[in-house]
Design a protein around this ligand. Structure first.
Ligand code: FAD
Length: 444
């Protein structure tokens, strides 16, 4: 197969007007060679896949329209949520829906005009809460999380990013005894998978987070919960490692993907094409648009999330604070204090409604009296979500040269290193570290 359309680079240096290619070894693209692997998406999933593949000696190019970790992976809540194994469609959550939906700025909202488009996904989500499906997703998620933790710890070491890890646990709050009691089955389920926690109240709760409003009666402390210093900075640091291992980046929007018997072709917005032996689609909430071009209809939706990052010093938050009843968290980062979460099932086109970020910040002020709300930066991101809370990781049906890696929902940062490993195993034909059937693109 011929090389890509832009292989003849004409760049010259300022001084000598010598071609850049005379100063360093030409890249495979400049040599007109086909890449081993093209990855669409420079979010945390795409760059972890790039890191694992580059480590294995593959020639890898990541294509992204904005940059490395500039979209959803840049502004998330920074949690390595390895103990977050419960699928979202559990009965407790479904019971909460009417109450949550009644408040347009509450933990969950659906713009009425989007409801008809969303309905098929909502029905699948509802069905995923059926006991046997729920149990299957739970078991798959628990297995994935074991791998997720092990792979991130190794990748932090290999990439020299371990100093960005914070191991101060999390604290999840309840405003009534009834809310606490309702949480107990979920904790019992986590215990089955060896997840450590302790319920706290009174002085112990106050010591774990001083300055709380008196409305909270109990909390659960999860000592093993980990966060990172800043998800965008971590992503960029992992990318620097991948680049040092030989991965390349090209800033471009991919308009079209095609797959043949011996490789894949991507068509960029400027009309040029690139070819690769294998193509990884890791384009977050936009992945289904590319999968559809290959004939696959995957029910990917987006759970839009909102937050505000306050300057450092806005409040002395000791660890990640989780307010499940209100659908948001507060995370201390090296770069500030991030307040946010919530879910808006509003699709990928609609403009952000930052009234939601403001509503969460107001709640945070009432939960932590004294929190300084000044100088915050508002943000919205698109969680790429499948109805059963599991990602799609597997070969495109009927296209041996294409691998899918998307749909990690609330857990993309957490599961990105594991996904990178699983993608490497798929691409290189190695035995998979976990059973991939629960993650199959054909499960819908
Ligand atoms: C408020 C909020 C809080 C969250 N908190 C956490 C948390 O604490 N822990 C956790 O594990 N997860 C969390 N998440 C989820 C996590 O952020 C996502 O699951 C993860 O970032 C998804 O990564 P990704 O690489 O799949 O997608 P993205 O980061 O969206 O990357 C996809 C990339 O593909 C590119 N792209 C798409 N289409 C094209 C195209 N046609 N051509 C070129 N480029 C294209 C985009 O530019 C983008 O950069 C949170 C999400 C939100 C919104």
């Amino acid at each position: 197969m011929k090389g890509s359309a832009d292989v003849q680079g004409n760049s010259t240096t300022q001084e000598g007007r010598r071609p850049l290619s005379a100063l360093r070894a030409p890249t495979p693209r400049e040599r007109g060679e086909r890449q081993d692997i093209a990855i669409i998406g420079g979010g945390i999933i795409g760059i972890c896949a790039a890191a694992f593949l580059a480590e294995a000696g593959c020639s890898v190019t990541v294509f992204d329209r904005t940059g490395i970790c500039e979209e959803t992976s840049s502004g998330n809540a920074a949690a390595f949520a390895f103990s977050d194994v419960l699928p979202l469609a559990h009965k407790g959550m479904i019971r909460q829906l009417p109450k949550w939906l009644a408040d347009p700025l509450g933990p969950l909202s659906i713009p009425p005009a989007y409801l008809p488009k969303l309905l098929p996904w909502l029905i699948r989500f509802w069905r995923a809460g059926a006991p046997e499906k729920y149990e299957a997703s739970f078991a798959a998620q628990a297995g994935m999380m074991k791998l997720a933790e092990a792979e991130w710890m190794h990748l932090l070491d290999r990439s020299g990013t371990r100093p960005m890890l914070r191991e101060d646990g999390s604290l999840e709050f309840y405003e009534s005894e009834a809310e606490f009691q309702a949480s107990l089955p979920g904790w019992a389920a986590r215990k089955r998978f060896g997840i450590g926690f302790r319920h706290v109240e009174g002085d112990e709760m106050a010591a774990l987070q001083p300055g709380l409003a008196p409305r909270f009666v109990k909390a659960t402390f999860v000592p093993g919960w980990k966060t990172v210093a800043d998800p965008k900075l971590l992503g960029k640091a992992v990318w620097a490692y991948a680049e040092a291992k030989g991965a390349r980046f090209e800033k471009a929007r991919v308009e079209r993907v095609e797959a043949g018997a011996d490789g894949a072709t991507i068509v960029l917005a400027d009309g040029t094409t690139r070819q690769a032996r294998q193509l990884v689609i890791a384009a977050g909430a936009w992945s289904h648009l590319l999968a559809r071009q290959l004939g696959d209809r995957i029910p990917l939706e987006t759970e839009r999330g909102y937050n505000t990052t306050l300057p450092k010093g806005a409040f002395d938050v000791r660890r990640q604070l989780i307010f499940s009843g209100h659908g948001f968290v507060i995370t201390p980062l090296d770069t500030g204090l991030r307040v946010g979460g919530a879910v808006e099932l509003g699709g990928i086109e609609r403009p952000p409604n930052y009234a939601r970020s403001k509503a969460l910040l107001r709640k945070a002020q009432s939960f932590l009296p004294g929190l300084d709300p000044a100088g915050g930066r508002e943000w919205m991101g698109f969680r790429p979500s499948l109805p059963d809370s599991l990602p799609v990781i597997g070969r495109a049906p009927g296209h041996q040269s294409v691998v899918y890696a998307f749909g990690h929902g609330h857990l993309g940062l957490t599961q990105s290193a594991a996904t990178g490993r699983l993608i490497r195993e798929l691409v290189l034909g190695q035995t998979s570290s976990v059973d991939l059937s629960p993650f199959s693109p054909q499960r819908f």
